[in-house]
Design a protein around this ligand. Structure first.
Ligand code: UD1
Ligand code: MG
Length: 471
């Protein structure tokens, strides 16, 4: 095993079973590529596997193998093809055959940890005790107790409490169906024993498959030591077989994440109406109102307020930032005291300096806005550098695209842009310049100048409106 976990001297090899079609998902996407809290089921299992720092990781694939491989480009993964899905026992046999041909020459004392691609919340804190507890056993099995065991393999124990077999739901006798301790599918076994047991599996069961679970009966018959660990938190070891279970797990996991955030000092108006699909780092005294979605890496300072119905993806918000209702922020950095929205859209590359304001129906992209500047209504600012204390009037547009290329707009400090102006890039507006409302600015404006670029108004006295013609 790895130096990191210090669990034993022999090596640990991880095998993740992910070849099944996931028929019960009714999907063209392989089951293990469906997402939980913004990350695919398989990616989550791989995260846990990597943290164990094992000698190798094998992923058994079959249905849509190429799609799964493309989704997991990590170069050190070993991909094992299971062309026909003949059961979990067959899947592991394919991986063990591949492992035995590996250049690293595994020994019979090496251990194999089997994970399922559809058990996404598995973690090191669940796996390490199993690996440790079963160190002296031929086989270690991870089970859990659930209220509704329908569909799962049951852990069958004798009068002394020793595990003697795992019975799949469809093969179970009525008294076995009453057992609430279920097989999570996760197990750890000596490579030498696995190599002996797997060829003995037979498809004598309701599904006509080679069940990996039957190795428990084989180990028992050989009087080999079997360790079981009962995971007290079923959510962490539950397998996803259909979209109902996926939705249930999503809600349960989201609730836990929200409660964790609340316990670390963030007020969450309704923990059932916050979704975190990534990683959130939050200071204290932040407030998150209802129906907020946080994606990717979201970093919040202190005293931040996020009003209802906002989506924030990969953003950093400084102290005292207020994001008003219905705003969409993606790839933006907001310094202390900034206020945006309601109905603001910040696209990647937006940097708002301290105390700047972005109001309703304003879109900003790849732009840096200086401290204290205000863009309060109905504007598009793209590919722009703007200084401090500017006032950008309603309906101002930076015309950054000429149909082929993007160009930059440079705005100095204390610039006033009158409403409904267009700044045709590339263009520079000097410090303190003023632009008359309704101007189309196509040339640079020097510092301190007034620029007016619109048709002069004419008033005609006694003007008669046209009359409707007789038919
Ligand atoms: C399996 C267990 C069951 C356990 C449950 C926990 C068996 C026989 N049953 O049942 O005891 O309670 O998981 O979730 O092991 N797979 C392959 N190749 C195959 C078949 C399956 O790689 O030929 C993969 C699937 O992609 C999936 C995993 O193995 O990731 C489990 O297969 P699944 O069909 O979901 O088994 P369950 O019926 O859930
Ligand atoms: Mg399953």
């Amino acid at each position: 095993m790895s130096d990191k976990t210090h669990l034993s001297d022999s090596k640990l090899h991880v095998v993740i079973l992910a070849a099944g079609k996931g028929t019960r998902m009714h999907s063209t996407l392989p089951k293990v590529l469906h997402s939980l809290a913004g990350r695919s089921l398989l990616a989550r299992v791989l995260d846990a596997a990597e943290l164990l720092n094992p000698a190798s990781i094998r992923v058994v694939v079959g249905f849509e193998a190429a799609v799964i491989q493309a989704a997991c480009p990590e170069p050190h993964l070993h991909w094992v093809m299971q062309a026909q899905q003949l059961g979990t026992g067959h899947a592991l046999a394919c991986a063990v055959a591949d492992l035995q041909q590996a250049a690293s020459l595994p020994t019979p004392d090496d251990r194999v940890l089997v994970l399922y691609g559809d058990v996404p919340l598995i973690s090191v804190s669940v796996l390490a005790p199993l690996i440790l507890a079963s160190q002296e056993s031929a086989l270690g099995v991870l089970s859990t107790q659930v209220e509704n065991p329908a569909g799962y393999g049951r852990i069958i124990r004798d009068a002394a409490g020793e595990v003697v077999a795992i019975r799949e739901h469809r093969d179970a006798a009525p008294d076995e169906l009453r057992v609430h301790e279920i097989n999570t599918g996760i197990l750890v076994a000596r490579l030498g024993d696995l190599s002996a047991w797997l060829p003995q599996l037979v498809p004598h069961n309701a599904q006509g498959e080679l069940y990996l679970t039957d190795i428990v009966g084989l180990a028992h018959a050989e009087h080999k030591a079997i360790t079981t660990r009962i995971e007290p938190d079923p959510l962490l070891v539950t397998g996803i077989n259909d979209r109902g279970a996926l939705a249930d797990m999503e809600r349960a996991w989201q609730l836990r994440q929200a409660q964790r955030l609340a316990l670390s000092g963030t007020t969450i108006m309704d923990p059932r109406r916050l979704d975190i699909r990534g990683e959130v780092i939050s200071g204290v005294d932040n407030l998150i109102d209802v129906n907020v979605v946080l994606e990717g890496r979201v970093t919040l300072g202190n005293n931040v307020i996020i009003e209802p119905n906002c989506v924030l993806r990969n953003v950093t918000l400084g102290d005292g930032v207020r994001v008003r209702a219905f705003s969409h922020l993606d790839g933006a950095e907001l310094a202390a005291g900034v206020e945006v929205g309601p109905f603001a859209r910040l696209r990647p590359g937006t940097q708002l300096s301290a105390n700047s304001r972005v109001g309703n129906f304003v879109e900003i992209k790849a732009s840096r806005i200086g401290a204290g500047s205000k863009i309060n209504h109905l504007s598009y600012v793209g590919d722009t550098t703007m200084g401090a204390d500017c006032n950008i009037g309603a309906g101002t547009i930076t015309c950054n695209y000429d149909g082929a290329n993007k160009h930059r707009t440079d705005i100095g400090d204390s610039v006033f842009v009158g409403s409904s102006s267009q700044l045709v890039a590339p263009v520079q507006i000097g410090d303190g310049a003023t632009i008359g409302a309704g101007s189309t600015i196509t040339h640079d404006v020097p510092a301190g100048h007034l620029a007016v670029a619109r048709v002069r108004q004419t008033n005609r006295a006694g003007w008669q409106r046209p009359k409707k013609m007789a038919k």
